[in-house]
Structures are given as structure tokens and as C-alpha cells.
Design a protein around this ligand. Structure first.
Ligand code: PEP
Ligand code: CO
Length: 475
């Protein structure tokens, strides 16, 4: 393809420049899908073969999108409702999807847990739930260190299956652009399977037994869950008897996708304009988020996201200050559009009581419209004495409970949760109903990156949200 033709199609001619100088004032006139390339871009790999990268980006650009603009706008409306307290957001899935685990049991078990949690939330909160999976694209990971050392060997870190391989060999760790094509295909397969399951009646409230997971839960949790499902079934049948017709919308639920939009060349190649809509959409996922490590105001990620119309979320940690948040809102939601912007706070159980209130106060004082989401996972990661990266259930619960209280005290609203979880019977987080110990971690630790809640722990969190939020609502 000729260079001018590439320009017209917005295919970049240059490879990322991680150390490019910052241009500070964003200007709506100057945004383009590739304008991020003039900004400092953290956490991006350097591909050894620029021509191969270029070929892949052209191929990606020509492939069909994974989602549509009308789905994205429908989600944005639901997120606006969550901001207003009319819905609650449940966002969850793996820390990192892997190519090897793009298979039927992993995908359907994850969907089952999310459906079970959402039933608990709908029933307990008496609110519709916005369901967003961390899946169908969650393949790129930010890392705290660029290099990893084992013994006397040091290699580049694993950055997610979309970038390089997890095996600790020099070859596996070389960034390979073809992995983007594979990630796009795996995302499409995952989404296709999720859509087919849901369209085929998997989420039908007449048949909650479809979502039972193979292993038996701790009696108390299982009983409480069965009681809720029974009550919902009774309500559905009662309404059907009363109206003499089947309730059609109870076998249809909406499910949206999300991933950390880290690998900007991939995201850029999926940026599209669509007929009868103004502006640009990122059609690789419904709900992209910006990770904590790449949320700098003058950085490449914020530059890219100010120009697409998707709803977006930003992870914020204990080092952020109120002024930075206000300036992020200026850049990312200058028109104060409902549903556009969320902050996902992930402070850690130890810091949340100190760090969160000044942020809530500043945003409230300024009358800004954001959706507040709590991620009680990422501020609570620690290493055990036997070398596992883990999280204590008590800290996860502690951060979540404190967050509800802190929002209530500030007069703001916690509108959703963001969790790392799996439908598999893993032992990665300590504690919970089964009181998993450090010894248990050895049994089924499978995550390639962060420790996830297993099925029982995830359900326990859903029940805890109901108790906590119910208590606050009635106070
Ligand atoms: C993640 O969500 O897996 C992650 C890396 O989060 P954060 O950006 O909050 O550290
Ligand atoms: Co993670």
C-alpha cells in the first residue's frame, strides 16, 4: 500500500516512541486515532521488526470490529443510570485472559459466576445490574518491572499473551506483533460463545440450574443462594400466571465486555467511524479502561481515549491527588456527559480511609459527574512466605466495606465493583468461607498474573455487597 493511502486510512507509518516529548495542552482539533504517538507512552513493548508490526496493524484495521457503536451507546446509558443510583455495575473476570484458556469450560464457568453474582445483586439490591466482563480482549498487562530475574537469568517481563509468552525463555519474551491478530481472533471467539450462550437461553431465570458449578459450595452460602433463586423463580412464575404470558425479558440479559486498553497500536487499529454517528469509536470492546500506571494527564493513553466515544474508566491508586482527577475530567469528559467517565479506586484496605475522602470531596465540591467503582483487589496484593502472590479475603472485604461507608459519609455514591475472579476452583486468594491458608495456595494456583477470587469467594462478595449497601440505603 502506498504511504498516502495509509495516511488516508489512518494507519500509522511510525512505530511507538516511548520517550517522545510531552505536548501538554490537549486540543480537540488535533485529535486523531494516532495522535497519542506524539505523547510519552508507558508500558508499551518495543517490537524488534517494525515492518512486521506495520503489516499486522494493517491487517487488524481491515478485520471486522468486535462490537458495535449502538451497543456501546446502550452501555453508556446504563452507566449513566448507575451514576444516578438506578443501577449497580458488576465488572469482573480474569486478571489476564490467556490463549490457552480460551476454551468452553473456562468461558462458561466465568459467565456462570457472573450470572450468579448478578442474581444475588438484583435480588438483594432491588436494582438492575450492569454486567461487564473482564473478557474478550483482556490480553495485555502493565508490569511494575520491565525485567524479571530468576536465579542469575534476567529476561524482559511477560506482558500478556497479546504481547509475548509467559515461559521464562528469551525467545518467549520477545514481543511478537502476530499475537495481536491471535488476540483479536480469540476475543471474537469468546464473544461469539458468550453471545450464543445468552441468546440460547443460558441466562434464563426459569433455569438457574444451568449456572450451577460442578463443585459444592460451603453450605451456608449455597443455601442462601438457593433461597434467592427460589424466590426469584416464584416471582417470575407469579407474574406469568398473573399476566397469562411468558415474561420474555427474563431470559435475556445484557452482557458487555471490557479490557485494559493498554496496547495502543492495537486499540488504534480498532478505532472506527461508523455511518450515522459522529466521532470515533473503539470497536474492540464496549468498555475500555486506563490502568493506574498509564493514567498520566499528558500521557499517550489519556490522549487516545479523549477522542473516542466509548464510556471509559480510569484506575486510581493512593498516589493520585484531587487536582489530578479534576484535570483528567477536564480532558476526558469536558462536556460532563452522563455515563462517559468512571474512576475505579483501588487504594488498599490500609489506605482507603485516608486517601479516598479528599478525592470524593473534591469531585463533589466541583459538581463533576463521574461513576465511582471500587476495585478491592489491586491495592491488596502481597507475597506469602512460600513465594505466592496473593490477596487476603479479609482485606478485599475490608476495602469494599470501608468504601461503601466512606462514600456514604461524603455524600457520594459507590455505583459498582470491579473484581478479579474466575469460575474455576482455584486457590489464589487467602481466606473466605473455606478459610484458605498459605498451604492451600499450592493446590490450585493457576493465574499467570494476579490472584483471583474463586467461585465461592466471588459469591460471598456479592452477598456482602447486598448486606452493606442495603444497610446504608436503610440508614
Ligand atoms: C489490573 O486491573 O489487572 C491492573 C493491573 O490494575 P491496576 O492498573 O489498577 O494496577
Ligand atoms: Co490484575
Amino acid at each position: 500500500m502506498r504511504a498516502d493511502a495509509m495516511m488516508r486510512r489512518n494507519i500509522p507509518l511510525i512505530i511507538p516512541m516511548p520517550n517522545a516529548p510531552a505536548i501538554l495542552t490537549p486540543d480537540a482539533e488535533t485529535w486523531a486515532p494516532d495522535s497519542w504517538r506524539a505523547r510519552p507512552a508507558l508500558q508499551l513493548p518495543t517490537y524488534p521488526d517494525p515492518a512486521a508490526l506495520q503489516g499486522v496493524l494493517e491487517e487488524l484495521h481491515a478485520l471486522p470490529p468486535l462490537v458495535t457503536s449502538w451497543e456501546i451507546l446502550a452501555l453508556k446509558q446504563q452507566l449513566a443510570d448507575a451514576q444516578d443510583g438506578k443501577r449497580f455495575l458488576l465488572q469482573g473476570g480474569d486478571c489476564a485472559e490467556t490463549f490457552a484458556e480460551c476454551n468452553s469450560p473456562v468461558i462458561s464457568n466465568r459467565l456462570k459466576v457472573l450470572l450468579q453474582m448478578s442474581v444475588v445483586l438484583v435480588h438483594g439490591l432491588k436494582l438492575p445490574v450492569v454486567r461487564v466482563g473482564r473478557f474478550a480482549g483482556q490480553y495485555a498487562k502493565p508490569r511494575s518491572a520491565d525485567m524479571e530475574t530468576i536465579g542469575d537469568v534476567t529476561l524482559p517481563s511477560y506482558r500478556g499473551d497479546m504481547v509475548n509468552g509467559p515461559a521464562f525463555t528469551a525467545e518467549a519474551r520477545i514481543p511478537d506483533p502476530r499475537r495481536m491478530i491471535k488476540a483479536h481472533a480469540r476475543s471474537a471467539m469468546t464473544m461469539n460463545f458468550v453471545r450464543s450462550l445468552i441468546d440460547g437461553g443460558f441466562a434464563d431465570l426459569h433455569h438457574p440450574e444451568y449456572w450451577d458449578l460442578g463443585w459444592v459450595g460451603k453450605a451456608e452460602l449455597a443455601e442462601e443462594y438457593q433461597r434467592m433463586v427460589g424466590a426469584i423463580g416464584d416471582a417470575v412464575r407469579f407474574m406469568e400466571t398473573l399476566s397469562g404470558a411468558q415474561l420474555h425479558n427474563v431470559n435475556r440479559v445484557d452482557f458487555y465486555t471490557s479490557h485494559e486498553a493498554l496496547l495502543l497500536p492495537y486499540e488504534e487499529a480498532q478505532s472506527r467511524q461508523v455511518p450515522r454517528q459522529h466521532g470515533w469509536f473503539n470497536l474492540s470492546t464496549h468498555y475500555p479502561w486506563i490502568g493506574m500506571r498509564t493514567a498520566a494527564l499528558d500521557g499517550a493513553h489519556v490522549e487516545y481515549f479523549r477522542g473516542v466515544r466509548n464510556p471509559i474508566a480510569i484506575k486510581i491508586g493512593p498516589s493520585v491527588n484531587p487536582d489530578q482527577l479534576l484535570r483528567l475530567i477536564d480532558v476526558l469528559n469536558p462536556d460532563d456527559e452522563p455515563g462517559r467517565l468512571a474512576f475505579i479506586h483501588r487504594m488498599g484496605a490500609v489506605h482507603v480511609a485516608n486517601k479516598l475522602p479528599p478525592l470524593l470531596d473534591a469531585i463533589k465540591r466541583d459538581g463533576r459527574r463521574v461513576l465511582w467503582i471500587c476495585d478491592p483487589m489491586h491495592g491488596n496484593t502481597e507475597a506469602t512466605s512460600n513465594g505466592y502472590k496473593t490477596r487476603r479475603f479479609d482485606n478485599i472485604r475490608g476495602e469494599l466495606e470501608q468504601s461503601f461507608d466512606l462514600h456514604a459519609a461524603a455524600g457520594t455514591r459507590l455505583g459498582g465493583v470491579h473484581l478479579e475472579l474466575t469460575g474455576e476452583d482455584v486457590t489464589e486468594c487467602l481466606g473466605g468461607a473455606r478459610e484458605l491458608t498459605e498451604r492451600d495456595l499450592e493446590r490450585a494456583y493457576r493465574s499467570t498474573v494476579d490472584p483471583r477470587l474463586n467461585y465461592e469467594q466471588a459469591l460471598e462478595i456479592a452477598m456482602l455487597i447486598v448486606r452493606k449497601r442495603g444497610h446504608i440505603a436503610s440508614a
